[in-house]
Write a protein of this length. Sequence first.
Length: 197
Amino acid sequence: MLLDEDPATLIHQCATNFNIAPDRSALSRISTSQTHLSAFRSHHLGDQKATLQKLSRQLSSLQSQHSLTTSAHNPAAHAAEILRLDTQKFRVAKHVSDLEIEEERLEAELEMLRAQAEELDAQGVEGGERVGMSEEDAVVLKLKVYRSLGIDIDADPVSGAYNKAVIRNAAKGDVHVVNIDPKFSRFFYAKYFWDTL
């Protein structure tokens, strides 16, 4: 025999002297960690694939929408519409400016007419200073207006009330005598006078 001791004993002693138990434990831990890591990577890879598919579907939808929008868009028509709207905007702005100028002119004219009306009102009918017109002056003024129209008003000598009107129409050569009755309104007599004239 070449060896003095049994080979199995030598191998057993050799294995005992090397103390491989911690190495085997480390290998077991590494194998378990590798299994967990592989499972985690597979799960993570599945999630990433699902997200990629979802994003691919969204990209496809957006590309189709973009294609539809691009095909429907007409640059020449868009430019023509922008030009038309710009022209209309400038036209409206000019019209508004003209109206503002006209408004200012009319306001100035209105103020001038108001001042003239106040001045004429202050002067009165006869053109003098109007301090207060008496009732008699008002009656005289009305009688002058009636006479200028061809209407003479006669007063009742007893009561002093005006109860008769003589209407002369020179164009027709007619003369109408109207007795004024208080039971009829002024509007009735005004219409009758105008119709007779």
